[in-house]
Design a binder for this molecule. Structure first.
Ligand code: HEM
Length: 377
């Protein structure tokens, strides 16, 4: 088969073995990313058959930390893989028969999808959205396309991968020995960079490594009251409503007695404390000691039936995440709170003053801030 000669096409760093080793690493990171991403999506938009448990309290922190860490570790791997197979994309003729044609066409969604997933993921953890589409929907659907194309690619390259990974024959001469050494160094450098990217970012969720989180967009110990804020009260346009003397928490819906509680009423109720993480979908997480009123106490006070679910509404009038859902086990959990305090202090306005939801094993975006209403079902 003839190829259009590219300047680097003859680089000794390129080989089927290099492509196969990088491919396997990408297969592992992409599959892990896909599974953890799918889980996060189901937790936020649960289908009827799916119920996410409240324990272990820090499970989402782990799954989403792994999602972001494997996504970031994939970036150097993908760049190295694409560089190593780049000349293959220009072979001529482009197809050898139908099966090869399908395999080659599937490279479009594979390469396009992989680049799209890693670029949008990286932009999202930096809270940068330079596109007109909805990030979550696009990231979710392109993930399915990419994984579908990856399955086809693995099927097509299975035999080549197995053959390439068999023990290679001994190099015939010094030049071949040097080439093999160079390829080993190329792979070692790629895996080394990928490991360093992980080491310098994973501290955003693994507390003992937090000092090393030099490349992470967020330090988990920086922000008002010692931890980060994604959306401030002024960005959410709730500054006046949250500080108003007329503030009331309303509990209504499927209840025997509708409640309308002032801050003083909430303070006078039995208070409960729990150490729970805020585990952000963008991969950072931080544990704090929260204090406030149990949701289940409020439901009992309002006469809600056993096994009730609830929608938690924020003072925020517009934009996404102004409501979140509590399934029956979340609503009944002893540690699901409407928090008035964090680490013994009243909540900072940007952390949700006067009242925020905090519950075990929930994504940060579902720990609704500036709560004004519990709608019981
Ligand atoms: C996001 C993941 C991946 C991307 C974007 C990707 C991309 C590519 C591309 C563009 C090619 C050149 C295709 C051609 O023209 O024939 C290729 C070749 C190859 N890939 Fe992948 N790949 C990925 C994952 C994998 C996995 C998981 C494996 C192994 C199980 C793998 C093994 C191979 C092999 C053996 C080749 C042939 C290299 C050669 O002929 O020199 N790849 N890959």
């Amino acid at each position: 088969m003839s190829t259009i000669r590219l300047p680097e096409a003859t680089s000794p760093l390129r080989s089927e073995r290099v492509a196969a080793v990088l491919g396997i690493a990408l297969g592992l990171t992409f599959t892990t990313c896909f599974m953890t991403g799918l889980l996060s999506h189901q937790i936020q938009d649960p289908p009827s058959w799916f119920s996410w448990p409240t324990r272990p309290a820090g499970l989402y922190r782990v799954t989403q930390g792994v999602h972001v860490a494997t996504g970031l570790a994939s970036i150097p791997l993908l760049l190295a893989k694409l560089w190593s197979v780049f000349p293959k994309l220009f072979v001529w003729p482009p197809f050898r028969g139908w099966a090869n044609g399908v395999e080659r066409i599937m490279l479009l969604p594979l390469v396009g999808g992989a680049v799209f997933m890693l670029f949008t993921g990286l932009a999202n953890i930096n809270l940068w959205y330079p596109w007109p589409f909805n990030f979550r929907r696009a990231h979710y659907w392109v993930a399915w396309i990419t994984i579908g194309a990856l399955v086809v690619h693995i099927g097509a390259k299975w035999a080549t991968t197995r053959a390439a990974l068999r023990r290679p024959p001994a190099p015939a001469d010094a030049a071949q020995r040097a080439d093999r050494q160079d390829r080993r160094q190329f792979l070692a450098a790629t895996f080394g960079i990928s490991a360093l990217v992980t080491l310098f970012t994973v501290g955003q969720t693994v507390r003992p490594l937090s000092r090393l989180a030099l490349l992470a967009p967020r330090r988990p110990d920086v922000g008002p009251q010692g931890f980060p804020v994604n959306r401030t009260a002024s960005a959410a346009r709730v500054v006046d409503a949250a500080q108003s003397d007329d503030y009331r928490l309303v509990v209504d819906g499927n209840v025997q007695q509708q409640l309308s509680l002032s801050l003083a009423d909430l303070e006078a109720m039995p208070q409960h404390e729990a150490t729970l993480p805020i585990a952000c979908v963008e991969g950072w997480s931080t544990s704090q000691r929260w204090g406030g009123v149990r949701v289940r106490d409020l439901l009992t006070m309002a006469g809600a039936p056993h096994g009730s679910e609830a929608t938690v509404r924020s003072l925020q009038a517009r934009r996404s995440y102004r409501t979140s859902e509590l399934n029956s086990s979340q609503a009944a959990d002893r540690d699901t709170l409407l928090a008035l305090r964090v680490n013994g202090e009243p909540l900072h306005l940007d952390h949700g003053f006067p009242l925020r939801l905090i519950g075990p094993n929930r994504p940060g975006v579902m720990q609704t801030k500036w709560v004004e209403r519990l709608e019981v079902r």
